[in-house]
Write a protein that binds this ligand. Structure first.
Ligand code: GCU
Length: 137
């Protein structure tokens, strides 16, 4: 698939729980990060060609405080994304970062960098490059 969505509720979690009490998510729910620095959601993706790809994280943040996430690919930080308030826990938006992915399987880990934890995370969309195939390992 040229562009593929990975649901956060199917990813590996550390200090986070799957919930569904705020409408507007895709799939069966979203991840509520614990309010702790270092809490994370980790996606496993298999990529057929080494290339730069956009990673788009869909989230809600019902507070007025930014909840940044560090995005690491196979243990190396690719940068930090800001997740500003969306106005309500039922208002969802996306933020995108471009990363270099190697061929094969990669772990994409989105870790909270402040004691507020992350935003509520709905999904990660990877893409789009013609001819690229993604799958969850
Ligand atoms: C509220 C909200 C949660 C959210 C939490 C937070 O409890 O209902 O969905 O994750 O605030 O501030 O992280």
């Amino acid at each position: 698939a040229a562009e593929t969505r990975f649901e956060a509720e199917n990813a590996v979690l550390s200090r986070g729980v799957v919930e569904s009490n705020h409408a507007g998510f895709t799939g069966t729910g979203f991840v509520n990060y614990d309010n702790a620095s270092g809490s994370y959601v980790e996606f496993t993706i298999t990529n057929d060609t080494a290339q730069a790809v956009p990673l788009s994280f869909r989230y809600a943040n019902g507070t007025t405080t930014n909840r940044p996430l560090d995005v690491a690919v196979n243990g190396t930080s690719a940068g930090t994304i800001n997740f500003a308030g969306t106005g309500a826990w039922t208002s969802w938006r996306a933020q995108t970062i471009s990363v270099q992915l190697p061929q094969g399987t990669s772990k994409i880990r989105a870790s909270a960098t402040t004691s507020n934890g992350g935003p509520n995370l709905d999904s990660l969309t990877v893409g789009a490059t013609t001819g690229t195939d993604w799958s969850v390992a």
